[in-house]
Each structure stands twice: as structure tokens, then as C-alpha cells.
Design a protein around this ligand. Structure first.
Ligand code: NAP
Ligand code: MG
Length: 407
């Protein structure tokens, strides 16, 4: 009998190559074992266009209602995509919309396998990036200036008080950007980081550019320090863990020289960029887990990479592609494990662990997608390049063994 679920997962389907992998993962790895219960939202660009992006908002609200979601990579349209997909609007990034509704923090951690060593030789343990998922440049307002004039930053309080800061005097064309963040979002960001550090028993580093941004970034630094001193100092000390703040320039240098094994908390943009750098240095963008944890305890699991457009165009021409599905598989296993924890379904948790184990074992035994071939080095094992489907089937073989020996 298949594994039964209680509460449905929120399933957010996506675009291009990852949409193809999504279906294959369900067909080859999940549905043979699980009576998969999901509330399905199609976040493909066509469907976002058809619903005027309402489907993204509905999916995020479903995530709030049901607690756990799994999301496929989606296209964030730019001008070129607007033409390609005949869009009435350049719809916002679905991840941005979902994060704005859920708030919270994105934790990204490289998936380490034997045979693939990080580019940075001294990294022995994974580095988890904790990315604030609200505000800053992701919720900014921008103006293209076309003529001379004065730009001002104005805050109008409900009380009638006004604060006005001159930003710049333009003598010719230029650009302008307004950003914001909120104390309560930064507070919950800090708490998710402190909680995650304690529960995963890792040190926590936090960095911003407070020497340059003396009000904005400095506020982040102060909030972290206040919450740490008030709520977490004792817990960290008794767990033998460390929290410290440092300037982002210094953090970058120290991270590179470190052995890894810490959580590095970053503002929204820093976290976006640094997680790509860290995952690539650990091996590949496709070898990284990513989960959004909201302050109310809602979880959204996803892959950190995009829709792999270049491979999709090849796929459309009938070519077999060797696209790496590992991050998308781990999005599913993360979501299934969390659902299993919340609903007390031990067999679902065990299944998800087996699927992760089978995936890593497949690579460690030399069967992998093209992106990993050049990175893999183990004198005892010959690396063989598989296409995506063959790779999923190679995992399925090992999964079957694990599931059967367990029973
Ligand atoms: P991408 O899809 O991450 O791919 C960039 C390149 O990285 C690929 O061409 C490929 O390199 C390699 N790569 C990434 N994932 C891979 C995988 N699973 N297996 C093998 N190789 C992989 O980024 P992009 O091409 O810049 O963006 C494509 C679309 O994704 C855009 O429309 C963007 O808006 C969207 N996007 C979505 C998300 C999200 O939903 N979370 C995140 C980022 C981007 P090679 O070509 O050298 O093989
Ligand atoms: Mg990114």
C-alpha cells in the first residue's frame, strides 16, 4: 500500500526545464510510493498572465493556510520574456510576491556529496546562507530621471509631521531608487536566524554595510544585537555557540578562510548573491537546498536555481538534456519531511530520507548529470554522464532497495 498523507502540500508548479523535471520527479520517484495529496497551483507564466497573477497570491495564501509548500522554479519576466510570452504586463517575481506575503527568512545550504570537493579547499562543512526575504530592493520604487531637478526623500507621518531629506540635484538624466524595511520584519528575521542556529547547532554570523548605511543597515545591526542580548545570549552560551556581527567585507574574507559549518545571515540582496556564490563554490547551483521559513512557522521549499532556459530550448528541439534535478528533489523531500513532522507520519519522513540518501548514493557511485561530471573526482569511481531521465531512474533503483529493505 502507498504511503498516506493527511494534510495536502501546496504544490506550486513552474516553468521551462524545471517544469519538465517536476513532472518526471513526481512520476518516477514520488507517486510510485506516496498517495500524493497536494493543492495544486500552476505558477507557469501563461497561467500568471491568464489570472493577472492572482494565482501567485492564491498560492501564497494557501501556503499560509496549509503550512507547507513546495515550489518549482518560475520565470521572472523581463522585457524579452514579455515579448516571448506575449504578456500584458511584466509580472513581478513570484518568489518576491510569495516572500512579501509570507515574510520570513530563506535558508540555503549546499548539498555535499563524496567526490565533489568545494573550490575553496578549506571548506569542510556546508555554509548556510540565511537570507532576509522581505523588503529592500525587492520592494523598491524606482524613477528614471530625464531632466534636471531635485530628488527628495519624504516621510509624511499620520500625525502630520514631515521629514524631508534631499537626495540629489540632477543637472541631467539619471536614476533614483527608494527602499524600505520594517522593524518587525527585521526582528522576525533575527529570531528565525537565532532559532535556526540553535536547532541546527551552528554559529551565526550577521553582516551588513553599516559603515556606509549609517541609519538603514545600522538598524539591522542594532535589532539583531538587542534581540540576541535579550532573548538568546544565554541559550547560545549554554549551547557553546557564537553569534557575532561583522561588516560584510570582513565577512566575505572570513568566510573564504573558514572551515564552513556556520550560518551566515544576510540582507535580502546580499543573501541572493552570496547564496549563488557559495553554492557554486560548493559545486553547483543545482546542489543546494532552499527553504523560506515565515515567522508564523510556514515553510516553502524550492530549488535555488532558475528554470534552466538554455536546456529547455534544447529540449524543445527534441534533444535529451542532462539537467540536474537534485535541488528540486530536495525541495520535495524537505516539504514531505516537514509535512510528516507536523502530521506525525513516520513513514513519510522515512521515505523522504531514503529518497535523499538514494540521490546522494547515485552520484557517489558515479552516475550523475553533466554539470557534476567535471567537478566529480574519486579515483575509485568512474563518473558517467546521464541525461535527466536516466539519472532519475538510477535514483529510483536505489530508492526501491532502501524502501524494500526497510519494510
Ligand atoms: P538558471 O536557470 O539558474 O540557469 C543558469 C545556468 O546555470 C544554466 O544555463 C546552467 O548552465 C546552470 N544551471 C542552473 N541550474 C541547473 C541545473 N539544475 N542543472 C544543470 N545546470 C544548471 O538561471 P537563468 O538562466 O539566469 O534564468 C532562467 C530563468 O529562471 C529566468 O527566466 C529567471 O527569471 C528564472 N529564475 C527563477 C528562479 C526561481 O524561480 N527561484 C531563480 C533564478 C532565476 P549551462 O547552461 O552552462 O549548462
Ligand atoms: Mg539568485
Amino acid at each position: 500500500m502507498k504511503i498516506q498523507m493527511k494534510t495536502p502540500l501546496v504544490e506550486m508548479d513552474g516553468d521551462e526545464m524545471t517544469r519538465i523535471l517536476w513532472k518526471q520527479i513526481k512520476d518516477i520517484l514520488l507517486e510510485p510510493y506516496i498517495d500524493l495529496k497536494t493543492e495544486y497551483y500552476d505558477l507557469s507564466l501563461d497561467e500568471r498572465e491568464r489570472t493577472k497573477d492572482q494565482v501567485t497570491i492564491d498560492a501564497a495564501n494557501a501556503n499560509k493556510r496549509l503550512g507547507v509548500a513546495v515550489k518549482c522554479a518560475t520565470i521572472t519576466p523581463n522585457a524579452q520574456r514579455q515579448k516571448e510570452y506575449n504578456l500584458t504586463q511584466m509580472w513581478k517575481s513570484p518568489n518576491g510576491t510569495i516572500r512579501a506575503i509570507l515574510d520570513g527568512t530563506v535558508f540555503r545550504k549546499p548539498i555535499m556529496v563524496k567526490g565533489i570537493t568545494p573550490c575553496v579547499r578549506n571548506w569542510e562543512k556546508p555554509i548556510t546562507i540565511a537570507r532576509h526575504a522581505f523588503g529592500d530592493v525587492y520592494r523598491d520604487s524606482e524613477i528614471r530621471v530625464n531632466q534636471p531637478g531635485i530628488a527628495k526623500l519624504i516621510f509624511e507621518a499620520e500625525s502630520g509631521e514631515q521629514i524631508v531629506e534631499e537626495i540629489a540635484r540632477f543637472t541631467g538624466p539619471g536614476v533614483l531608487q527608494g527602499q524600505f524595511n520594517k522593524d518587525d520584519s527585521i526582528e522576525s528575521f533575527s529570531r528565525s536566524c537565532f532559532e535556526f542556529a540553535l536547532s541546527s547547532h551552528q554559529d551565526l554570523w550577521f553582516s551588513t554595510k553599516d559603515t556606509i548605511s549609517k541609519t538603514y543597515d545600522h538598524r539591522f545591526k542594532d535589532i539583531f544585537q538587542n534581540i540576541y542580548d535579550r532573548e538568546y545570549k544565554d541559550k547560545f552560551e549554554s549551547a557553546g555557540l557564537e553569534y557575532f556581527y561583522t561588516l560584510i567585507d570582513d565577512a566575505v574574507a572570513r568566510i573564504i578562510r573558514s572551515k564552513g559549518g556556520m550560518i551566515w545571515a544576510c540582507k535580502n540582496y546580499d543573501g541572493d548573491v552570496m547564496s549563488d556564490m557559495v553554492s557554486t563554490a560548493f559545486g553547483s547551483l543545482a546542489m543546494m537546498t532552499s527553504v523560506l521559513v515565515s515567522p508564523e512557522g510556514n515553510y516553502e521549499y524550492e530549488a535555488a536555481h532558475g528554470t534552466v532556459t538554455r536546456h529547455y530550448y534544447k529540449y524543445l528541439q527534441g534533444e535529451e538534456t542532462s539537467t540536474n534535478p537534485v535541488a528540486t528533489i530536495f525541495a520535495w523531500t524537505g516539504a514531505l519531511k516537514k509535512r510528516g513532522e507536523l502530521d506525525h507520519l513516520d513513514d513519510l519522513i522515512a521515505f523522504a530520507n531514503h529518497l535523499e540518501q538514494a540521490t546522494l548514493q547515485t552520484i557517489e557511485e558515479g552516475e550523475m548529470t553533466g554539470d557534476l561530471i567535471t567537478l566529480f573526482h574519486n579515483p575509485q569511481v568512474e563518473a558517467k554522464k546521464l541525461n535527466s531521465r536516466q539519472f532519475l531512474e538510477a535514483i529510483a533503483k536505489r530508492l526501491l532497495v532502501l524502501q524494500v529493505t526497510k519494510a
